[in-house]
Design a protein around this ligand. Structure first.
Ligand code: HEC
Ligand code: HEC
Length: 433
């Protein structure tokens, strides 16, 4: 979270309607109680909690394996969305689909360890950000400022898209992704796809005659697929089974969990919520807020060759409406940590390639900054991926990054080992031995 808004959130009691749980998906419910920061971290986590979860935990959903779609019966619109999501012919290159970057077999994230992906007509045009997992994405609330001023929700790492449908427009048209020149170009390709007839029968025989309308239906179909298909929210990790009282965590995993939740140690749960909501909804390991971690500049990103270019998240340049909110410069959305152990790159700019290195950064950023930032004229240039005037925006007040040179890191290497064991329990598709 951002320092200015730290810990102002109020604990709201669940209303009656919160207690009556619909089945999947129920994104808004999740959002309401995710403001319960450190309190949530301190809340008891045990197997005995009642299972009325949103799609969650203890019932049939708990036995889905990763990549397996649980023989889902999708609505006709979602079934079209699935075709579109996997259709490389809808790109300028003819070789890139949504699934190229968001692989269903890798928690809908990238499978290579490039900091950024290459798209465009020749698959040679670099992007500027690492690919987020799309698992659990449907629980994200639309972007808003919470009552205490905390920026919350929205799609993309800067929250600039309000809905999944709005989000889906960018990859289809962006020059560094699927790179179609126009909406009509996408629709023209779609009209030649194997499922074109199905598209007509769902959206009307004349739908291809009005490309703008057809394009809007494409976006809606993608959104419907992301919301409906159980492979986007299987809740089938070991941790889910632990919360359901079906398995135990081993000693190292338990130690890691305690460190994760302890406000004086990892303090991870302050932003990556680990406890069920008051209404029983399973934790998503994000509170959908934004924080400024001061991740080092990544020279593997071609855009960074220009020393005047900075990706500053909420305040731009990709997002434009908050450009004058300079206190938000450098803030990126808190990602879910579900399936984090399957990631190949970490943070918005993919600056770290292993989970261990990402965690070492968290706890050694302030005690041993020379390990992460360039030393210029004898001085460590901390937070070098922000213009100097915005470096004070970086969160330096909350554990685990509230230390100074000379202090011990908040977590030792052995404790990081335990934390990694715990994070491994968040990988979907767990099969009890
Ligand atoms: C070339 C790789 C690439 C392709 C192809 C691609 N994406 Fe993405 N996707 C990304 C990156 C990178 C981001 C993060 C963008 C940002 O933060 O600005 C992202 C973000 C997203 C998000 C928001 C996730 C979040 O955490 O808020 C969704 C949803 C998404 N993509 C869906 C899709 C869909 C649907 C398609 C196909 C129409 C698609 N993507 C194609 C790379 C890709
Ligand atoms: C104050 C809020 C906050 C706290 C506390 C926090 N994180 Fe994060 N975490 C974030 C934000 C924001 C990001 C994304 C930063 C970015 O992309 O630049 C992030 C990203 C990550 C990532 C990278 C995930 C990915 O998909 O790339 C990992 C791993 C992670 N956090 C683990 C942890 C662990 C473990 C702890 C405790 C030691 C922790 N975090 C504490 C806010 C927080």
């Amino acid at each position: 979270m951002l320092p200015l808004a730290a810990h102002l959130c109020l604990l709201t009691l669940p209303s009656m309607s919160d207690l009556i749980q619909p089945r999947l998906p129920c994104p808004d419910k999740q959002a309401q109680h995710l403001r319960v920061r450190t309190l949530a971290a301190l809340a008891a986590i045990g197997g005995a909690l009642l299972l009325t979860a949103c799609g969650g935990g203890g019932t049939d959903a708990g036995t889905t394996t990763a990549g397996e779609t649980q023989a889902a019966t999708l609505s006709p619109v979602a079934a079209l969305g699935k075709e579109i999501f996997n259709d490389a012919s809808l790109s300028a290159s003819g070789r890139m689909s949504c699934a190229s970057c968001h692989d269903p077999d890798n928690a809908y994230a990238q499978t290579n360890d490039l900091s950024i992906q290459l798209g465009g007509p020749d698959l040679a045009t670099p992007g500027t950000r690492a690919v987020p997992s799309l698992r659990y994405i449907t629980y994200t609330p639309a972007f808003h400022f919470a009552n205490d001023g905390t920026p919350t929700g929205g799609f993309n790492r800067d929250g600039r898209a309000q809905t999944l449908a709005e989000q889906a427009q960018r990859p289809l048209l962006a020059p560094h992704e699927m790179a179609n020149g126009s909406k009509a170009a996408v629709v023209g390709k779609l009209a030649r796809a194997s499922y074109a007839e199905q598209f007509r029968s769902v959206f009307g025989a004349g739908i291809f005659d009005t490309p703008d309308d057809a394009f809007d239906r494409v976006l809606v179909a993608i959104q419907q697929f992301e919301q409906e298909d159980p492979s986007f929210h299987p809740f089938s990790s070991k941790y889910d089974q632990f919360l359901a009282g079906k398995v135990n965590l081993n000693a190292a995993e338990m130690r890691g969990m305690v460190l994760f939740n302890n406000p004086q140690k990892g303090n991870c749960a302050a932003c990556h919520v680990s406890a069920r909501g008051a209404d029983g909804t399973p934790p998503l390991f994000t509170d959908f807020t934004y924080d400024n971690l001061g991740v080092p500049r990544n020279q593997d990103i071609p855009a960074n060759a220009d020393s005047a270019y900075y990706d500053m998240g909420l305040c731009g340049p990709d997002r434009t409406d908050l450009a004058n909110r300079t206190e938000l410069c450098g803030a990126f959305k808190v990602p879910t940590l579900r399936n984090v152990a399957t990631r190949k790159v970490f943070f918005h700019n993919g600056a770290f390639k292993t989970l261990r290195d990402a965690l070492r950064f968290y706890v050694r950023r302030d005690t041993n900054p020379e390990e992460f930032y360039p030393v210029v004229g004898g001085t460590v240039e901390k937070f070098n991926d922000l213009p100097a005037q915005y470096r004070a925006n970086v969160n330096t007040t909350e554990a685990p990054y509230n230390r100074t040179v000379g202090m011990a890191p908040a977590l030792s290497d052995a404790e990081i080992d335990d934390l990694i064991q715990f994070l491994n329990t968040l990988t979907d598709g767990y099969q009890p031995q």
